[in-house]
Design a protein around this ligand. Structure first.
Ligand SMILES: Nc1ncnc2c1ncn2[C@@H]1O[C@H](COP(=O)(O)OP(=O)(O)OP(=O)(O)O)[C@@H](O)[C@H]1O
Length: 272
């Protein structure tokens, strides 16, 4: 990573690292990203790179633009906000009009804050999108169900009740089912918007363990308000403030010796 500090009289000190692409594989990057809700510019100069097979946490006070940024990464803001700038995935700008958004979302999956399983069985939750895409072979579907549930660390708990309603699961299990549903599409990148905020500490810890295992196969970008969680699981952390990324660095540096004073105030609990 090479350091780029940009300080000017009218801007707070920023500390944004850029990866050395010779030694770090970049899964996704944003370039000059700006997001507008009507006339309100909610995100400005969002320039970040995300390393493959790492967990990157997006932190910052409420309203700082984390979800706006995350949702832009797989075009969830389409029809809600105007997104300017580039989002590079492989050799594509996925913010371009030429992109097949549904196909792109197969590669860049999303899990939301509140578990949102379909009112269907556990099995059908995982196979629904696959069947829509033409996967019909029962053996293949069974395999994907098992693999996805294993990766989401819930196979042993539910393997005998795959045809029960997903709505009968606990909140933590529902969230892991949503992770399994996203994984079943074999994405490269998983976006998670506060996936544990509605869960108790035990379920939260299970989700964290699951994410740590998943990063062997997926690049993970997670919004969280929980500083301990960000410190525990993320490799890199981006601190958002008033619609701007003020600091982006290795998580251990952000949480032990941040370079920007406002980051320090936030992680010390002085505001937010
Ligand atoms: N659908 C929307 N329509 C209009 N403005 C929005 C919309 N969603 C977010 N905003 C505005 O964009 C700004 C950034 O909001 P965003 O939800 O991205 O922040 P956040 O850091 O994720 O906050 P939180 O932690 O509370 O979820 C805020 O000023 C918010 O009011």
């Amino acid at each position: 990573m090479s350091e780029k500090i940009n300080a000017s009289a009218d801007a707070p000190l920023r500390n944004i690292y850029h990866f050395d692409e010779a030694t770090h594989e970049i899964a996704l990057s944003t370039h000059n990203l700006h997001v507008f809700y009507g006339d309100n510019e909610a995100l400005t100069e969002g320039d970040l790179q995300f390393e493959r097979y790492k967990i990157t946490a997006l932190i910052g006070a409420s309203g700082s633009g984390k979800s706006t940024f995350l949702r832009s990464l797989n075009r969830m803001n389409d029809g809600i906000a105007r997104v300017e700038g580039e989002i590079r995935y492989r050799d594509l700008d996925i913010n371009s009009n030429q992109i097949d958004v549904y196909e792109m979302r197969r590669h860049i999956g999303m899990v939301f804050q509140r578990p949102n399983p379909f009112a269907k069985s556990i099995y059908d939750n995982i196979t629904f999108a696959l069947k829509q895409r033409g996967v019909r072979n029962k053996q293949r579907l069974d395999e994907i169900v098992e693999t996805s549930l294993r990766q989401a660390a819930m196979w042993d708990q539910v393997k005998d009740e795959l045809h029960q309603s997903a709505l009968a699961l606990s909140g933590g299990q529902q969230q892991r089912l949503c992770i399994a549903r996203a994984i079943a599409m074999e994405p490269d990148i998983l976006l998670l918007d506060e996936p544990a905020s509605a869960l108790d500490p035990v379920a939260t810890s299970q989700i964290e363990d699951t994410l740590l295992q998943l990063k062997e196969k997926y690049t993970i970008i997670i919004v969280t308000h929980n500083m301990q969680q960000a410190a525990r699981i993320s490799d890199y952390t981006a601190f958002f403030h008033l619609g701007k990324v003020l600091e982006y660095d290795e998580a251990r540096k952000i949480f032990t010796r941040p370079k920007v004073a406002i980051t320090n105030d936030y992680i010390s609990g002085n505001f937010g």
